[in-house]
Design a protein around this ligand. Structure first.
Ligand SMILES: C[S@@+](CC[C@H](N)C(=O)[O-])C[C@H]1O[C@@H](n2cnc3c(N)ncnc32)[C@H](O)[C@@H]1O
Length: 353
């Protein structure tokens, strides 16, 4: 198996290198309107925003979203029918013009995407507790002047139209091979995700500057909403977390980033780190599955099915054709990263199942 990855420096409001209906999944996190760290970026795209922020915050909020709207429209254009658009977004709380308030980014994006034609599906609440000593704001123990602490973000789940069709044998094969484990389904498809920490390997300063999400977030979404051979797009790729998740998941990817300083260069050391990390994650995933099955059997529960390729037990018939690939090599070929994979060793898995 081979996957291809393009990382492009440019403004994702016009993704000219992408044809209509050429990607199957969008996973992204835009700059958050009304969060101070993104003020400068929004003002650089529309200078009116700076002046409005203090005097008419609601107007500034609307203008910032006006810029993001163009990206949701482009995402709709490039997605194939039935393709998903998963948007990680946090709301903003801020004191402006002498008043503390909430700017509901997630509802504004949901509303616009629905207008564009996306089908709005149940979102995930990503809970990220803060340990900050000053996390409670307002009048302390005295009633009526304190504010709820905001400790979550959203992953909006939007689909272009109705259910994706898998209409021929090849497409069905790719879908069956991309099955995840029953016990993973039970966690991933819950509406509350407790995830902490961005990628370890990234320097702290770059992480703060980029507001990277943890690798587990795009990794789950890619498993949930795409199949082997698909192309995943991140229009706001930042440090490239979605690209790494796509590489590890055996999907192709495209990333756009406006700031060349943030964008990873993927020199050879970074590439071997990605391969190592991906293979470790896969091993851990398979070990977790083995442990889960062992515990289930010890608890006297039955395990009815076996994976047809590797022989290990699985809970449902849908997992019988799931296939798993290790990264063999990642290399630059021209302007594209190419990743070659080896299927996991069948004997090893049978013996230890
Ligand atoms: C919230 S960060 C994304 C972080 C990313 N998920 C990661 O894990 O590193 C948003 C990114 O979008 C980039 N950006 C903002 N406006 C853009 C635009 N119009 N086109 C392309 N990239 C843009 C910013 O430079 C920033 O790196």
């Amino acid at each position: 198996m081979l996957t291809r990855h393009n990382t492009l420096i440019g403004d994702c409001r016009k993704m000219r290198s992408l044809l209509d209906e050429s990607v199957q999944l969008v996973v992204t996190s835009p700059p958050y309107p009304m969060i101070a760290m993104w003020d400068e970026l929004f003002a650089s795209m529309n200078p009116e925003i700076d002046a409005l922020r203090e005097t008419s915050p609601e107007k500034a909020f609307e203008k910032m979203h006006g810029l993001l709207d163009e990206v949701w429209l482009e995402s709709y254009r490039v997605l194939s029918p039935g393709g998903f658009c998963c948007v990680n977004i946090g709301d903003a709380t801020r004191s402006l013009n002498g008043r503390f308030r909430l700017f509901s980014n997630h509802s504004r994006i949901t509303q616009k995407c629905t207008e564009i034609g996306f089908t709005n599906l149940p979102p995930v609440i990503w809970r990220k507790p803060t340990n900050a000593p000053n996390k409670f704001m307002g009048s302390g123990m005295l009633p009526a002047g304190a504010y709820i602490t905001y400790e979550h973000e959203y992953v909006l789940v939007l689909r272009k139209g109705g259910k994706r069709e898998f209409s021929n044998a090849e497409q069905n094969q790719a879908r069956n091979a991309s099955a995840y484990f029953w016990e993973e389904r039970n966690v991933w498809f819950s509406d509350l995700w407790l995830l902490t920490g961005a990628r370890q390997s990234l320097a702290k300063a770059a992480r703060l500057r980029s507001a990277a999400f943890p690798l587990e977030l795009p990794y789950r979404l890619i498993q949930m909403y795409s199949v082997y051979g698909d192309r995943v797009l991140d229009p706001f790729m930042g440090t490239g977390t979605t690209t790494v998740a796509a590489i590890i998941s055996g999907r192709n990817s495209t990333g756009y980033e406006i700031d060349a300083g943030i964008m990873p260069r993927y020199e050879s050391k970074a590439l071997s780190e990605i391969a190592e990390l991906g293979n470790k994650m896969l091993e851990e995933r398979l070990s977790r599955h083995r442990l889960f099955i062992e515990e289930r059997i010890s608890a006297g529960k039955s395990v009815k099915h076996r994976n047809e390729l590797y022989g290990f037990p699985v809970i449902t018939a849908q997992e019988r054709q799931a296939r798993f690939f290790k990264i063999a090599e990642i290399e630059w070929v021209g302007k594209e990263l190419q990743v070659a994979y080896d299927e996991i060793e069948k004997k090893y898995l049978r013996a230890s199942a």
